[in-house]
Design a protein around this ligand. Structure first.
Ligand SMILES: [Zn+2]
Length: 263
């Protein structure tokens, strides 16, 4: 079974109900989801991704801007633990500052194109991810799509241009999702939201993110009621991969997403 983690950078949950995005709406319908998960401060891309993959807040890992630096107190992240457990991991992305979210040696496949600033940039990533994930067996894949954030900075969050770019990315999801191996589990979220032409603050518009999981054994059409933080992503993905979370991770597996065993 393949676990696929998809991140749409800068996606606000209220955009899913406003933009033309049938793929996202359908994924939410067939899975367990919350539209009020929480980001971390600063609500900035690289600090958020470091927190997502290492399940600790920026005050713990020390990366507080988009300029990568060695972690203040290093700890292993999801890619590292998955690799150590013998899992085959792949990473597809279009914003290169993310290259250090796993330690060197943890990936079987890494695909990068610098396309986060062009309208068809996520389609290019989705096409490659679809091609590789359909052809080869991976245990875990991370697909990062960066163009919605770029549109937010350019046109403004929730503007026509921003919502139009989300519709474009939804078409790319329509390429990727049907290409995944049967029985795949998908976790889709964003790293932060945005307001006006920026993000990074503690405002609700910046801090509130969608968090959606769908697949075998996951409750369908379920609205998650317990609080979810992006620190909970790595422990939840670890559970889905059948590996133990790192003892220093601060998030928790979101138990509520799982179907209860009958009998
Ligand atoms: Zn971001």
């Amino acid at each position: 079974m393949t676990v696929v983690f998809i991140l749409i950078d800068g996606l606000r949950p209220d955009a899913i109900d406003t933009a033309d995005c049938p793929q996202l709406a359908a994924l939410r319908e067939r899975g367990a989801a919350t539209m009020s998960a929480r980001s971390v401060m600063p609500s900035v891309t690289l600090p958020c991704h470091t927190s997502i993959f290492h399940s600790v807040p920026p005050t713990r890992h020390g990366i507080t801007s988009n300029d990568w630096q060695p972690m203040a107190r290093p700890l292993l992240g999801l890619f590292d633990l998955a690799h150590a457990a013998g899992k085959r991991c792949a990473f597809f992305y279009n914003w290169e500052q993310l290259r250090d979210i796993g330690r060197p040696g943890s990936l079987e496949l890494s695909f990068f194109r610098n396309t986060a600033y062009q309208a068809d940039g996520d389609q290019i990533i989705a096409d490659e991810a679809a091609r590789y994930l359909a052809a080869e067996q991976f245990d875990f894949a991370f697909v990062y799509l960066g163009t919605v954030d770029s549109a937010g900075h350019h046109y403004g969050w929730m503007s026509e241009g921003y919502l139009g770019q989300l519709a474009t990315v939804d078409v790319a999801l329509g390429t990727l999702l049907p290409a995944l191996p049967a029985g795949s589990t998908v976790l889709l979220q964003s790293d932060h939201g945005g307001h006006e032409r920026n993000h990074g603050t503690e405002m609700l518009e910046d801090m509130t993110i969608p968090w959606i999981v769908a697949g075998p054994g996951i409750r369908a059409g379920h609205t998650i009621t317990s609080p979810v933080s992006l620190l909970d992503t790595a422990p939840t993905l670890a559970r889905l991969l059948g590996i133990a979370p790192h003892r220093e991770w601060e998030g928790r597996c979101v138990e509520e997403i799982f179907e209860r065993v009958k009998g």
